[in-house]
Write a protein that binds this ligand. Structure first.
Ligand code: 13P
Length: 383
């Protein structure tokens, strides 16, 4: 393919964000290089936790600080609308202010990220522009035209993504692109009934032309709670992932891959939720819970080895939230105290964040963990 553009602007690494905040790329690059403290060890990953309220943010900070982990908090457009009372830009202002204040008191470094920013629609552009001003990282997801339910031509995906890089890199905000189409439903703004694998030949063109340092290739993961058939293991295309990594490293070994649809959906959460539903006599949804299928952790580990050091998890955190709520109602449905219910849910969500950070090897990065990670038991009956 012909070259469209001159050299893309490099990420400005001199930019200083508010205290204890960094561009996502810096934190994820440390993970790709296995850096913890001053030492180099095994590659690990940053789960990007999708958050929608202060409870989720607080739980994530507690988990990061318990483990000395690098933190990554992601906001979808619909989460921002929810926080901003319908206005995603106001949602950005509230979320960014809140996190800045929490980060200033934190013992770890965190990044904030716009998930699935769309630079195709007028409305989407405004949110991406706001995120470049207020967050430390943005996703420019221009690989799918969600309105027309089709993949975007490569040239257009490159063009839109490059516009975001031109705006974000000079001010130190890292950009994640997407190449290929991911199936599944995350929320109203991010759903697709079809999927395509990333084409290795297109990868080099995309990376060279856009200058992105983070990229979500599609290798078989899916958004949402039904990633495969119940009872069957989800299989990802790990060999394609390695082929893509080889190409990316040949261009710039600081390029990071991102796994969307990386929720594993814990058996512990499913079992606990089913138990609560049965005890509450809400049998109608038990089978739905039993049919949920996540991506097996050994598959995600295979991706981490192939340089997927940002692993997006949303669905499993929502499930944990709901399981915590069911457990609280089951324990005492007559307690007139919002704080008590919030605390119960907060405890379950914190435990699930800690579990995922340990699984991803993201601990002891900024300081020693405050718990013995080898002895952590993920059990919602005892949080
Ligand atoms: P899950 O639906 O597997 O949680 O993936 C979330 C995601 O990819 C957000 O971008």
């Amino acid at each position: 393919m012909d070259k469209f553009y001159t050299q893309a602007p490099k990420l400005n690494r001199e930019r200083r964000f508010p205290q204890n905040m960094q561009a996502a790329h810096g934190l994820v690059l440390k993970a790709k290089n296995g850096e913890k403290g001053g030492a180099r060890g095994n590659r690990y990953a940053l789960p990007a936790f999708n958050v929608t309220n202060t409870q989720g943010i607080d739980a994530a900070f507690t988990a990061f600080e318990t483990l000395g982990a690098s933190g990554l908090l992601a906001f979808s457009n619909s989460a921002l609308k929810h926080i901003g009372g319908g206005d995603p830009i106001f949602g950005l202002e509230i979320a960014a202010d809140y996190i800045e204040k929490k980060a200033a008191r934190s013992s770890v470094q965190v990044a904030t990220h716009l998930d699935h920013g769309d630079y195709i629609s007028e409305k989407g552009r405004k949110v991406v522009q706001g995120a470049v001003e207020m967050l430390t990282s943005v996703m420019a997801d221009n690989s799918t035209d969600h309105a027309a339910k089709q993949s975007m031509p490569l040239k257009d995906n490159i063009g839109f993504t490059r516009e975001v890089v031109n705006m974000a890199h000079p001010v130190g905000v890292s950009v994640e692109g997407e190449l290929g189409v991911l199936a599944g439903e995350e929320d109203e703004d991010t759903k697709s009934e079809f999927s395509t694998y990333t084409d290795p030949e297109e990868l080099a063109t995309f990376l060279n032309e856009t200058g992105v340092l983070m990229l979500a290739p599609t290798i078989g993961t899916m958004h949402g709670p039904n990633k495969g058939k119940p009872g069957q293991k989800v299989k990802l295309n790990i060999s394609l992932a390695h082929e893509l990594l080889k190409t990316a490293n040949g261009i710039d070994d600081e390029i990071i891959f991102v796994a969307h649809g990386a929720s594993t959906m814990y058996e512990e959460v499913r079992g606990y939720a089913v138990e609560q539903l049965e005890q509450l006599g809400i049998d109608a949804t038990v089978q739905t819970w039993k049919n949920f299928v996540g991506t097996d952790w050994d598959q995600i580990q295979g991706l981490i080895e192939a340089g997927f050091c940002k692993i997006n998890t949303d669905t499993e955190n929502r499930q944990t939230y709901l399981a915590g709520l069911l457990g609280a109602v089951n324990e005492n449905a007559a307690k007139i105290d919002i704080r008590w219910y919030e605390k119960q849910i907060w405890n379950t969500v914190t435990a699930s964040y800690i579990q995922k950070l340990i699984m991803a090897g993201n601990y002891g990065v900024w300081h020693e963990p405050k718990i013995d990670v080898g002895k952590f038991v993920f059990d919602l009956h005892n949080v």
